[in-house]
Ligand binder design. Structure first.
Ligand SMILES: Cc1cc2nc3c(=O)[nH]c(=O)nc-3n(C[C@H](O)[C@H](O)[C@H](O)COP(=O)(O)O)c2cc1C
Length: 183
């Protein structure tokens, strides 16, 4: 197994322990073929795999995108080390009973859990009450664990003159190749 991008990303995360370093951008493609992009929180890797854990609401527009095109890309910039990572691959929405989904729900703060009990995202706002905190131990049906399994990683390092850029490509499940390309 040669997944060297994982150790490079782990190093960048090590230098960026602030909560905002876990904010990344996720791009998906709508059923009409249009790009959509939004900020989302990195929740860690799935156990000892290279799979990225994210969460979202099944009622959100991105869930529709993923259902019609289960392919996406995350883009992440680390300012202290001046590195950009773009990880592309397949997206999987887990909205059914599953131990990883259950564990992800347990990890959330009461404030984060409450958002999944709010009125439907993106719909016109009504004079409804928005619950502020929630302690429920089981996730509601609209709570999704969202997994990104990367098969292509583009790492650009702005440090140095010239800058460096490496493309990691997944050959099959756990075998990756890495090539240096022009920045
Ligand atoms: C800092 C920050 C963190 C966010 N984290 C998440 C998240 O973890 N999951 C999520 O679904 N939306 C998150 N959002 C909200 C999304 O950016 C977006 O507004 C929402 O998910 C609706 O997107 P959609 O209509 O494209 O589905 C976050 C927004 C910000 C600004």
């Amino acid at each position: 197994m040669n997944v060297s991008w994982r150790s490079v990303l782990a190093r960048a995360l090590h230098y960026h322990r602030e909560p905002h370093a876990r904010y990344l951008q996720l791009a998906t493609v709508s059923p009409q073929g249009l790009p959509h992009n939004r900020t989302i929180v990195f929740r860690g890797f799935l156990r000892d795999t290279n799979i990225i854990r994210l969460i979202t609401d099944k009622r959100s527009a991105k869930a529709e995108d993923i259902k019609s095109n289960p392919y996406g890309e995350i883009c992440w910039y680390f300012p202290k080390t001046r590195e950009q990572f773009r990880l592309a691959g397949s997206l999987q929405l887990i909205d059914y009973t599953d131990p990883d989904r259950q564990n992800q729900w347990q990890e959330l703060s009461p404030k984060a859990k409450a958002q999944f009990f709010w009125a439907e995202p993106g719909k016109p706002r009504q004079a409804e009450e928005f619950v502020r905190e929630c302690q429920t131990s089981d996730p509601p049906a609209n709570f999704c664990l969202l997994l990104l399994t990367p098969n292509h990683v583009d790492h650009l390092n702005l440090r140095g003159n010239p800058q460096t850029r490496t493309i990691y490509q997944c050959q099959d499940q756990d075998t990756w190749t890495a090539i240096e390309v022009n920045p």
